[in-house]
Write a protein that binds this ligand. Structure first.
Ligand code: PMP
Ligand code: GLN
Length: 408
């Protein structure tokens, strides 16, 4: 290899665009769970299958020969079902012909959006902490991540912790290089559900700076407090917003990797151009099955959120009794715990030790932060994240193990 190309040779083949991203924290912690036999409350996936009607539909599709490349935008019945779903739940109209694209999970919808819409050097505003694929996807596209910190605040009357951003900090980060706002609501890992007033402010900034919004709404059906609202519906936003979701979370089939992105035809078509050369198409027999899921009666969606609310409360109450600081989430299936009150400071070390000290796996929240230091403070250093999309007996068993290891 010629040296003047500035490459590092075969011993360090990874490009600078991917420098430092290594193995994802989820894969690392799940491997640790397998290695130690610990209960895995780390990576976000449910420990049971989703509705039988949905898996039966996939089996039927395989038997019926739905096994070749589906059409580029997606299986027509899934496109229709996504359009019906947006209307039914969010009163938002999207045309199944041209305004929706099926992707290999929300992850591909995100990556293809960055690749299709960002020039090298363009800036993408995100709220920090961020879901792990954001920084890597933005970097692969040659764009620059501009984080705005979400800070936990405790309401003294209820002791509830919720996350807030500083309006001046948000306004300051928008500028001539801003191409995109990447919003995740409900938000992983904090569990924050962005309020209507916050969405109004974000809409104002996007319109004023002529910015595209990409909204990751994979937890749209997991809202315990507040209300899920679409940034896409705010004034001036429909024509500049891409809305992303996935069948993984809502129907508990994370391994099928059926996601989608919807929005104005011109933006969706740009994303499709990128997607064509990433995976071309994906998940033929699973697409009509997810259509069955999206058309399930309201009762399914009600039971889904109520079941997870009960699990959230079971885990959060137990963590509080043990002595952790607890950030009970407004949405998602993740709860944040502060190890500070138990006398620990380093969440990464705590989580690496936890499988052996307690037989439980959690994820250190510090790894989700783009800003490693704000002043002298390392944000999220003492915070850890637990996934509660697990059987109640597993949650109770985990709580008992944590109690035995840490209760004071
Ligand atoms: N966004 C967020 C906020 C997530 O938590 C996840 C994890 N499922 C994804 C995107 C990726 O979704 P998918 O598995 O459909 O690619
Ligand atoms: N979204 C899941 C989480 O936050 C994990 C998905 C993944 O491992 N890529 O834990």
């Amino acid at each position: 290899m010629s040296e003047n190309r500035g490459r590092k040779g075969l011993s360090e083949p990874l490009t600078t665009r991917l420098d430092g991203f290594g193995t994802t924290i989820f894969a690392e912690m799940s491997a640790l769970a397998v290695e130690t036999g610990a209960l895995n409350l780390g990576q976000g996936f449910p420990d049971s299958d989703g509705p039988a009607e949905v898996s039966e539909a996939a089996i039927r599709a395989i038997r019926d020969g739905v096994n070749q490349y589906p059409p580029g935008p997606g299986h027509p019945d899934l496109l229709l079902a996504i359009s019906e779903h947006q209307q039914r739940f969010w009163n938002h109209q999207v045309d199944p012909n041209g305004e929706i694209l099926v992707t290999a999970g929300a992850t591909e919808a995100l990556a293809a959006s960055f690749l299709a819409l960002c020039e090298p050097g363009d800036e993408v505003v995100v709220f920090d902490p961020t879901y792990d694929s954001y920084a890597a996807g933005i970097s692969i596209a040659g764009a620059v991540i501009r984080p705005v910190t979400l800070r936990p605040e405790t309401d003294p009357s209820t002791n509830q912790v919720t996350y807030h951003f500083d309006e001046a900090e948000l306004r300051a980060v928008f500028g001539p290089k801003t191409r995109m706002l990447l919003l995740n609501t409900p938000h992983n890992p904090t569990g924050k559900v962005f309020s209507p007033t916050e969405l109004d402010l974000l809409a104002e900034l996007c319109c004023h700076h002529d910015v595209i919004a990409v909204c990751d709404e994979v937890y749209e059906h997991l809202v315990f407090e507040g209300q899920h609202q679409l940034l896409a519906k705010k004034p001036g936003m429909t024509e500049r917003t891409l809305t992303i979701s996935s069948g993984g979370k809502t129907f508990s089939f994370t391994g099928w990797k059926v996601g989608w992105v919807s929005g104005p035809q011109v933006l969706v078509s740009a994303v499709r151009t990128a997607k064509q050369f990433l995976t071309f198409v994906n998940a033929a027999p699973f697409q009509p099955a997810i259509a069955v899921g999206l058309r399930l009666p309201d009762q399914y969606f009600r039971t889904f959120v109520e079941d997870l609310r009960a699990k959230r409360d079971l885990l959060c109450n137990a963590l509080g009794d043990i002595g952790f600081g607890v950030h009970r989430p407004q949405g998602t299936y993740f709860a944040t715990a502060d190890i500070g009150p138990l006398g620990f400071t380093n969440g990464i070390k705590f989580c690496l030790d936890l499988p052996r000290t307690a037989g439980v796996v959690a994820v250190p929240s510090g790894v989700f932060y783009q800003q490693k230091y704000i002043g002298k403070i390392e944000p999220g250093a003492s915070l850890i994240r637990f996934c509660f999309a697990k059987d109640k007996t597993i949650l109770t068993k985990s709580a008992n193990r944590l109690k035995k290891a840490f209760a004071q």
